[in-house]
Ligand binder design. Structure first.
Ligand SMILES: [Zn+2]
Length: 249
């Protein structure tokens, strides 16, 4: 009788839902503009500074560890790892930087990654070379590549320029390694990934799910990211980062 109970208990252990034993899922969030929306462009690509601050406070209050891609190996070492990313290199990302500085304390070190379009650096609504240097020097923000001209890379006939030149240009400005590429429009195919592998360790898409190790080919070049939008409520944000999201788009 006892034996039967033990066998049944063992069977139950194997039948537990996979998340009970599987490794954690890691959210990689994608933002664009951190600013009030004044009617230019797509509203959903904005998050107001007030909402962004509340979201980061949520992460601080719930013991998340914000990481950048040079610390990828720490995903297995730290408590509740999460990546905060910003695409397109807008000038208003300085608002995010200011909020990170405000929220920094002994227990919480905010960090994020800005993916800049290297040929757009210094345009009127984009970060300047001086901005990028200041951000990189702060060690709060890592500056990485979003290609040189923001094309759909799967249709580009100048991949070397888009990937290699943008990496070198950004490195020359910041003096720090560029190791991650955010594909414009989240778009990559085998050819783009093979070219990306020559210069980068990570490639980021916009597949809306958290990252977890599947052991598939090229998984570090197919990193998924979840949008945080103008309309995302704090409750929805909490669901996204705690990996119970049903609504990620
Ligand atoms: Zn973009």
């Amino acid at each position: 009788m006892k034996k039967t109970v033990i066998i049944i208990l063992c069977l139950f252990t194997f039948m537990l839902p996979p998340q009970a034993s599987a490794q954690r899922k890691i959210p990689i969030l994608i933002y664009h503009s951190i600013d009030e929306f004044h009617g230019h462009g797509s509203k959903e690509l904005y998050v107001t500074p007030d909402n962004f601050k509340k979201q980061m406070l949520y992460l601080r209050d719930h013991n998340f560890t914000l990481l950048t891609f040079d610390r990828w190996q720490d995903i297995h070492k730290v408590n509740k790892p999460i990546f905060i990313t910003f695409d397109d290199g807008y000038k208003n990302n300085l608002n995010a930087f200011a909020i990170f500085q405000q929220l920094k304390n002994e227990q919480f070190t905010p960090m994020g990654t800005i993916f800049v379009i290297s040929d757009f650096i210094g345009r009127s609504n984009r970060l300047s070379k001086e901005d990028l240097k200041k951000l990189a020097d702060s060690k709060i923000i890592s500056i990485q590549s979003h290609a040189a001209t923001h094309p759909d890379l799967t249709k580009s006939n100048q991949l070397e320029y888009e990937l290699k030149e943008s990496k070198e240009k950004i490195q020359n400005i910041t003096g720090k390694p560029v190791i991650a590429l955010s594909y414009p429009y989240g778009s990559a195919d085998d050819n783009v990934i093979n070219e990306a592998k020559k210069y980068y360790l990570f490639g980021l898409t916009t597949t809306p799910e958290p990252f977890y190790e599947k052991g598939i080919k090229d998984e570090l070049y197919l990193l998924p990211r979840i949008y945080v939008k103008y309309s995302t409520t704090l409750n929805e944000f909490a669901q996204i980062v705690e990996n119970v999201a049903t609504k990620t788009r």
